[in-house]
Write a protein that binds this ligand. Structure first.
Ligand code: NAD
Length: 247
């Protein structure tokens, strides 16, 4: 079966990759929905709760700084590197990702070829004036006071709420990224999903759009996904070795 995908990659004119948390587990970052994944250990914080409660904002920042090492020390694995290679050789035009870990950028995929649907956790942003904040300065101010008197960070310029630059559940999707993801999905002839349970919408609507528009749809995931029945090919395999083999 991987040989069939190898042939399809060779024949394709325009490939789009769509990645999820599963591509980064081999870099040591837990996904959400694998057994024992983050989802089973802690429920995500909803955007509305983050906005309306200082207590929840504090919890959110505490969680972020506690789990930060998973992400900030992670390095791209052979799956990320294989995709970067395919982008460099112009086989892959775009990488649409649900991931927030910056590992596609770190693997060498140019920024303009990556469409981040759920933002990026490596910096923070003011929800009002959109100014960007470095996490280091937020962390040092946040942790400088005893736990019981911690305050959630506010924007130094306009006083707005500062949030990690990720898209939380309940938060509006980024318009520009959604539009571009739609355009590139409609222009590809091979759409490859790697490491997503395809349970999160609207992100999971892109593989459906690609397939309905006539592209071949391939899903690489070690467990079944919601859209397996729609795919032309499903590979229940580990992503890194599978993508590496394709090269
Ligand atoms: P998910 O956790 O719902 O699904 C991940 C899928 O990947 C699972 O079905 C699992 O079986 C599969 N998988 C895990 N490791 C694999 C491997 N090595 N090879 C093959 N398959 C593997 O992830 P999702 O669909 O991306 O949705 C989760 C949401 O959480 C996303 O919106 C994402 O923003 C966020 N998230 C991101 C990260 C990250 O940036 N690395 C990590 C956790 C969660």
């Amino acid at each position: 079966m991987p040989n069939l995908l190898k042939r399809w990659i060779k024949e394709a004119q325009n490939i789009v990759f769509f990645t999820g948390a599963g591509i980064s587990t081999e870099s040591g970052i837990p996904d959400f929905r694998s057994p024992g994944g983050l989802w089973s250990r802690m429920k995500p914080i909803m955007f509305q709760d983050f906005i309306s409660s200082e207590e929840i904002r504090i919890e959110s920042w505490e969680r972020k700084f506690d789990s930060e090492n998973d992400i900030s020390f992670a390095k791209p694995n052979e799956g990320h590197k294989a995709i970067a290679h395919l982008v460099k050789s112009r086989k892959v035009s775009y990488v649409i990702t649900q991931n927030i870990d910056n590992l596609h950028q770190d693997s060498g995929v140019p920024e303009e070829k990556i469409i981040e649907l759920h933002g990026n956790s490596s910096y923070a942003v003011c929800l009002e004036c959109k100014i960007k904040y470095d996490l280091k300065s937020i962390k040092s101010e946040f942790e400088a006071v005893p736990i019981s008197s911690r305050k959630a960070p506010n924007c130094k310029k306009c006083g707005g709420i500062v949030k990690s630059a990720t898209i939380s559940f309940g938060q509006p999707m980024p318009e520009k990224e959604m539009k571009l993801a739609e355009t590139v999905t409609l222009s590809c002839d091979l759409f490859i999903v790697a490491g997503s349970s395809l349970k999160v919408y609207p992100a999971a609507s892109f593989p459906i759009l690609a397939r309905n528009n006539g592209a071949k749809l391939v899903i690489i995931n070690r467990e079944p996904t919601e859209l397996d029945q729609l795919a032309n090919l499903v590979l229940n395999k580990n992503i890194g070795p599978t993508l590496n083999y394709l090269l």
